[in-house]
Design a protein around this ligand. Structure first.
Ligand SMILES: [Zn+2]
Length: 497
């Protein structure tokens, strides 16, 4: 058996000023992963490609991997990058000779010229090859357009957030498609969506309502009623028509039942729409509350600077929460982190042990927001300089090589501030441990994350305080101007309340 496997993955925040050029998809900033290099990189990891490779190895299939292009979330994907991925994949498809196409796509990619990046790719593939069986594994944050699902036999989505089932999601897609290829089942797919934008901070599967919705999907798959059932919470920071919640169900030759399950998911999600909202606490009050929760010798209070989560397209360089933590004089804090490659280089020039004064952050203007951040001047000792490279043992994607970029820890006396040269969401204790910091022993751990930190850093959190800083992942939708999303939509329009 000969299989084509490919990754094209980007969660696009259309409000983000961070550019998304080809180099952002290149490991180490130079070359796109493909062929044996990609196979070696992903084999055995807790990723979608790791899952596809595991199934391919199990059945002794030959695999062709034309490209694995994956980048941290940011603004719309530029035309050169998007057309490059599409051309590499469609050229490979055009060569023919494949028994199946197994794709690892995000589902919320917006290209400069196409609001539905994945749907456009699938349309082009089907224009060349209308018949070869095709499956797609999507992220739970997919904003579903028709072309994303109608051009595939099998569609699966993550059933966990934090996304700790990436590998399993691809395995489910591959195994279901193998049954199709063996003519054991006849896939019939239905999908639907609801005009609602669930708040990301309320999407975690550690709690209702998403926990219950995902459990419905898993139960239908386990019982065999569905070949694949997926509830996509959607990505609200994308101003595209179909942003929001959707459901996709594939059954064995029973379109009516596929539609019935979709309808049940959509109805349950709509009923729970208010539970998908998030209450905002003013920054000053939240930092003050965190200070009061401190307990020396016990596990830390985790402060979430969640408006600026780079894994949702944040610049990771707004300083407002950090500034408030300093103003209220919290001590024994680690702050991960501020993206500021120039400051990293200044600290490296000074050297380990040197005392430096740096104006950090706020170097990426955010024209889509009515508020701005400003650089923060801090003085501290350069404590650590790290290559930022290591292999994750646990967390979201076990076994995956992580590249945080050259990283510096600046110790101000009361606080260790992590300065980064690449966008990376702090999710695992290992990310701090490689810098010589044990988060479990800090009084406060302040991180630019929303939900994924729960995958591993969550194990050390005694208390959690959400901080409304500044950033393009703002929880205050009033700061964002939506032009394209379908209207009316909950909760933007009062008549949908
Ligand atoms: Zn996601």
């Amino acid at each position: 058996m000969r299989l084509l496997l490919a990754t094209m993955s980007h969660e696009t925040n259309t409000f983000s000023p961070v550019p998304t050029r080809l180099e952002r998809f290149c490991r180490d900033g130079t070359t796109l992963l493909s062929s044996q290099t990609a196979i070696d990189f992903y084999r055995g990891t807790g990723t979608c490609m790791g899952g596809y490779l595991a199934v391919a190895d199990e059945i002794g299939a030959d695999v062709v991997v034309p490209v694995c292009a994956s980048a941290p979330p940011s603004g719309p994907v530029d035309t050169d990058a998007y057309e490059t991925f599409c051309r590499i994949i469609t050229d490979a498809v055009a060569q023919g000779g494949f028994d199946a196409l197994w794709l690892d796509l995000h589902g919320a990619m917006v290209a400069e010229r196409f609001d539905d990046g994945e749907g456009e790719l699938l349309r082009r593939i089907r224009a060349i090859d209308p018949r070869t069986p095709l499956c797609v594994a999507y992220d739970m944050h997919a904003n579903v357009f028709d072309a994303m699902v109608s051009n595939a036999q099998i569609v699966t989505g993550y059933q966990t957030y934090p996304h700790v089932d990436q590998r399993q999601t691809a395995e489910r897609a591959a195994r279901a498609l193998l049954r199709v290829m063996r003519h054991e089942v006849e896939p019939t797919l239905a999908w639907g969506s609801a005009p609602m934008l669930p708040h990301v901070m309320a999407q975690g599967t550690h709690q209702a309502p998403n926990k219950d919705l995902q459990a419905m999907c898993a139960a239908w798959e386990a019982s065999g009623r569905a070949l694949a059932a997926s509830l996509f919470v959607g990505f609200p920071h994308a101003d595209v028509e179909m942003a929001g919640l959707a459901a996709v169900v594939v059954t064995d030759n029973d379109p009516g039942d596929a539609q019935a399950m979709v309808d049940e998911l959509i109805s349950a999600a709509w009923q729970a729409r208010r539970a998908f909202m998030f209450d905002i606490e003013p920054l000053e009050a939240s930092v003050q509350r965190a200070k009061g929760l401190a307990a020396p010798g016990q596990l830390p209070v985790v402060l979430l600077d969640h408006y600026d989560n780079c894994a949702s397209g944040g610049t990771m360089d707004t300083t407002d929460t950090l500034r408030e933590i300093i103003r209220q004089d919290l001590d024994d804090v680690v702050f991960f982190g501020i993206y500021d490659p120039a400051a990293v280089q200044q600290a490296i020039s000074a050297g380990i042990g040197a005392t430096v004064t740096l104006a950090i952050g706020a170097k990426l203007p955010m024209p889509q927001l009515p508020v701005a951040s400003s650089p923060l001047t801090v003085t501290g000792v350069v404590q650590t300089i790290s290559s930022g490279r290591f292999k994750l043992k646990g967390g979201l994607t076990p076994g995956l090589q992580v590249y945080m970029g050259t990283t510096v820890v600046l110790d101000t006396g009361k606080m260790q501030i992590v300065l980064l040269s690449r966008h990376i969401e702090p999710t695992a204790q290992e990310m701090l441990q490689v810098l010589g910091i044990d988060p479990a022993r800090k009084k406060f751990v302040a991180i630019k994350s929303r939900v994924h930190w729960r995958a591993d850093l969550g194990k050390v959190a005694r208390e959690i305080v959400e901080c409304a800083g500044v950033g393009v992942c703002t929880s205050d939708y009033g700061q964002l101007t939506f032009r394209k999303v379908r209207r009316p939509v909950f909760p933007l329009d009062p008549d949908m309340q």
